[in-house]
Every structure is written in C-alpha cells, then in structure tokens.
Design a protein around this ligand. Structure first.
Ligand code: NI
Ligand code: MN
Length: 225
C-alpha cells in the first residue's frame, strides 16, 4: 500500500494495483502537490459535499474515466454534472471493489455541495484491503463510536487537526486513543490561516499520550505501508 499526501484532505491511495483518489481538492488548494489535469485515478472517493473535498472530482472523473464513490446525494449531483461512472453508497454500508472493501462511516459535519445542492450526510471512509485497513475520517468532530472503528485493527488513521471546522489537535489525540491505529496522519490544517496548527507539537503529544506512531506528511510526500 502506498499513500501520497496531496494537501489538505486529499490523498492518493495505491493498493492492489489500483489508484484511489480521496477528496481531490487541488485547484485553489495552496498545498496541492499535483494538478487536477495530471493526477491519475481509477477511483475517486468523496467524503462529503464541501468544495474543499469534492474539489476537482468532476473534471478528473471526466478526464480519467475513474469511478466516483460517494453517498447517494453527491452521486446524483455528480451525474447531473455529467459524470458517468458513479457508485453510490450510504452510512454503514460496505461494498467490495477490486481494491478492497470500502465502508462509509459516520461523521459529524455538514455536506452541502458548492452550488447549494443538499449533499446528504457527511461520511468517514474505512478501507479494508489485503494490505491493511485505513480510515480517513473526512471532516468530523470527535465521537465516541470511533472506538467501534478502532476494532478494525487500523494500520493507518488520517484525522483532521485544523480545529474550527473539524476536530482540533486535542480531540484528534483523543480520537487516536479510540481508533488505536498503527500510524496516525494529520490533515485539514495549515491550508488557510483559520486552521493553522503546529503539527510537530501535535506529534509529540501523540507519542506521549497514545500508542500510535504519528507521521506528519509534507504535501507530495509518499509512504510505503
Ligand atoms: Ni467540510
Ligand atoms: Mn473541509
């Protein structure tokens, strides 16, 4: 499994020979490590409807013919934008794809699409693959049911730490305690002044207060897991 941080909440997950692009906000993202017109994807997964997560999904899907996976409401909206290959799911549901199984989990947040269309409920993303399990929390506040996701023997958890719109550093440390991942990666911070955080300080606290290994990724950086 190879994981590349593309900036903000965008990641490229390569597993079982497939490239899965998560929350591809690239155009207008000051952290973006690739451009929307060059990134490769077999699948695009969208956690919720906000512009900093849907991002360039429509344009990338049209160019690459990637299948876009999201909740039902976002899927309907994507089809109206001319995206042909969509797979809609909803909270609590799992589906087996050729890269592994994806389950949509709860997230406490909003999900309105950029044009004001209702984007349904926001989701977290739980990938169960032959090369390990990965949880991308999407945008969310802390919730105690993360302990249930923590029963999935997570190799990796990707958590927002930016505060204001999502969990901040303190709650993401508490979330790490519930999720018990091997590795925890911060996201959704330092993109804009309002969500500036000290990731080095956060990493020290993770080491001190949890059993997980913090990995602070620079946009463009890849990890072999
Ligand atoms: Ni959001
Ligand atoms: Mn966001």
């Amino acid at each position: 499994m190879k994981l590349t941080f593309l900036g903000h909440s965008a990641f490229l997950l390569e597993v079982s020979g497939k490239s899965i692009l998560i929350d591809p906000f690239l155009t207008g993202n000051p952290q973006a490590a690739v451009s929307a017109d060059s990134v490769h994807a077999d699948y695009i997964v969208i956690s919720h409807g906000h512009g900093d997560h849907v991002g360039d999904a429509v344009e990338i899907a049209k160019r690459t013919k990637a299948m876009v996976i999201s909740n039902h409401e976002i899927s309907l909206w994507l089809r109206k934008q001319g995206v042909v290959r969509t797979h809609d799911m909803h909270i609590g549901g799992s589906h087996k794809f050729d890269f592994g199984t994806l389950k949509l989990t709860i997230a406490f947040h909003g999900s309105m699409l950029p044009d004001g269309t209702c984007g349904g409920n926001p989701a977290g993303l739980l990938f169960k693959t032959a090369e390990g399990n990965l949880y991308h929390a999407g945008d969310t506040g802390l919730f105690s049911d993360m302990a249930l996701i923590g029963e999935e023997q997570l190799k990796v958890a990707i958590l927002p730490i930016g505060d204001n719109y999502t969990m901040g550093p303190e709650d993401s440390i508490r979330a790490t305690g519930l999720l018990q991942p091997g590795i925890v990666i911060p996201c959704h911070y330092n993109t804009f002044p309002l969500i500036e955080q000290d990731a080095a300080q956060w990493a020290q606290a993770i080491l001190k207060r949890t059993k997980s290994e913090p990995v602070v990724m620079v946009p463009g950086e890849s990890l072999e897991l």
